[in-house]
Ligand binder design. Structure first.
Ligand SMILES: *[C@@H]1O[C@H](CO)[C@@H](O)[C@H](O)[C@H]1NC(C)=O
Ligand SMILES: *[C@@H]1O[C@H](CO)[C@@H](O)[C@H](O)[C@H]1NC(C)=O
Ligand SMILES: *[C@@H]1O[C@H](CO)[C@@H](O)[C@H](O)[C@H]1NC(C)=O
Ligand SMILES: *[C@@H]1O[C@H](CO)[C@@H](O)[C@H](O)[C@H]1NC(C)=O
Length: 461
């Protein structure tokens, strides 16, 4: 266990109405929650989500601190937003509502200044790490763990470590060879840097078409638990197939690693890289989860190339998002009944809309199935997941893949999962958590698949 310490901060009074550039709020209690929306809407389009300036120089994480904070009133929120705007803190996770919580990183050079600012504002921080580099160094066991398992399974992939992209792809190819009747692997496109994007179809149906279920992982490079968990799901559906009665009634299409370039960059150069590796004179990369073509360009997506949430020059400008779009649209509308896109972190099961604070007409059904999935996880591993629409739980973010899946591809059960944890490690989740996270995510897949099949049977009767 790492040491974590409550950094206790004593009261200093601040007068109201200081000039940090946000509109004054009335005391109407309903505006408390909406303050964050309005204030973030203002900077959303600018720099929210992740490292503000995504230039190609990796941050020095030695001595960088990780904190959790709860923002209890508008004054707290103003201070926090000001620190984001001035690029003194790097937000890793942010939830909305009255008890707005955030996890953020502060580089060593800014630690003193930032602590002073929170101190002055009477905001208590919980320190989760005093050296993010140490988390990175201890996250992943050495490659020899991989080599040991190789002889047993025939593939190098394990769920004891995070692996490079080629190991993930070799695992898919191994299944295509060794489970010929069940698995088909296809290249659905190439990344910006020319790496293949691979999909595996897992189906015992032969040519017969059954309700189809699409899963993708690794849209965001630094969220390593995502591809690790998605390969765990693939393994369960193949090697532990008899444990799941729904498996023979569903065609699964799974892309474990969408942003292959970004992932490799995060492994070899910059652990906190998020976007793809689209070229740019000043800054590289497009946020693929702001690049999908439904309400593209709206809230929570930036036109600035250096931002972590840069949406790209146009909808589907990137080969990675194009590959997903083109693959799904090759099928008749109505083929896919469920869509899961797997992210980290925060422990959320979210459904559309992400582009604004609204839910689709079948929002209650999406909530119901999400609640069932969360209950299944709670029972299995005692991990708590919150369920709700993306914009309402976290923040508005237009151009997300789930909104596109729901609105354009017309996939009824469309969810974004934010896997473990709640910020103790954040993106740098140690490899020992891959198995329990895989186990509980498989339980979510099971619930969504079973409920989707039930709905199909009802329609037929
Ligand atoms: C990173 O920062 C630490 C502490 O601030 C310093 O000792 C180290 O030299 C820096 N590393 C690089 C590569 O700049
Ligand atoms: C793997 O290598 C590390 C050193 O890098 C060593 O401590 C450990 O015992 C090795 N594990 C196995 C299973 O060989
Ligand atoms: C197979 O699935 C069952 C049911 O989810 C689970 O309890 C079991 O641990 C799995 N077995 C393996 C080898 O993963
Ligand atoms: C389950 O988690 C809750 C917190 O979410 C905790 O209070 C409780 O003790 C846990 N139960 C077990 C059996 O670990």
């Amino acid at each position: 266990m790492r040491k974590s310490a409550w950094v206790t901060i004593f009261t200093v009074c601040l007068t109201a109405g200081q000039t940090v550039g946000f509109p004054e709020q009335t005391e109407n209690p309903t505006t408390e929650a909406s303050f964050f929306d309005d204030a973030f809407a203002e900077i959303d389009s600018e720099q929210y989500e992740g490292r503000a300036n995504f230039r190609d120089v990796p941050a020095n994480l030695t001595g960088a601190h990780l904190y959790r904070v709860q923002l209890k009133n508008n004054e707290h929120k103003r201070v926090f937003l000001d620190l984001i705007k001035t690029e003194q803190i790097d937000v890793w996770m942010q939830s909305r509502g009255k008890k707005a919580k955030a996890v953020f990183m502060v580089l060593a050079a800014n630690v003193e200044k930032v602590n002073m600012r929170f101190y002055e504002a009477d905001i208590t921080l919980k320190r989760l790490s005093d050296n993010v580099q140490k988390l990175v160094d201890e996250e992943n066991p050495s490659e020899n763990v991989t080599k040991l398992s190789n002889s047993k399974t025939g593939y190098a992939l394990t769920w004891k470590a995070y692996h490079k992209a080629s190991v993930i792809h070799d695992f898919l190819d191994n299944y295509a060879t060794n489970y010929k009747d069940l698995c088909t692997v296809e290249k659905i496109g190439n990344t910006v840097e020319g790496r293949p994007i691979k999909i595996i179809k897992i189906s015992s149906g032969g040519d017969k078409k059954r309700p189809a279920f699409f899963i993708d992982g690794g849209i965001h490079a630094r969220e390593w638990i995502s591809p690790a968990t998605v390969t765990y799901i693939i393994r369960e559906l193949v090697e532990n197939r008899t444990a799941y009665s729904f498996a023979d009634e569903v065609d699964f299409y799974i892309v474990p690693l969408m942003n292959v370039d970004g992932y490799e960059h995060s492994r070899t150069r910059d652990r906190l890289w998020r976007k793809n590796r689209a070229p740019g004179a000043l800054c590289k990369g497009v946020d693929l989860n702001r690049n999908f073509g439904y309400k593209w360009g709206g809230k929570g997506s930036s036109s600035s190339v250096c931002r972590g949430n840069h949406r790209g020059p146009s909808a589907f400008s990137e080969p990675e998002s194009q590959a997903i779009r083109d693959f799904i649209l090759k099928f008749d509308i109505g083929t896919f009944k469920a869509y899961l896109t797997v992210h980290s972190f925060g422990q959320y099961i979210m459904y559309p809309w992400g582009y604004d604070y609204m839910t689709p007409p079948d929002g209650t059904e999406l909530q119901r199935v999400g609640d069932l999935a969360a209950a299944a996880v709670k029972k299995l591993t005692n991990t708590s997941y919150k369920v709700g629409s993306s914009a309402k739980l976290l923040y508005a973010a237009a151009g997300g893949s789930d909104d596109w899946a729901k609105a354009v591809a017309e996939i009824p059960y469309a969810y974004t999962l934010e896997l473990r944890d709640k910020g103790d490690y954040g993106f740098i989740l140690p490899a020992k958590f891959i198995k329990p996270t895989g186990l509980e995510t498989m339980a979510m897949v099971q619930v969504v698949a079973e409920e989707m099949l039930k709905a199909e049977r009802l329609k037929k009767n």
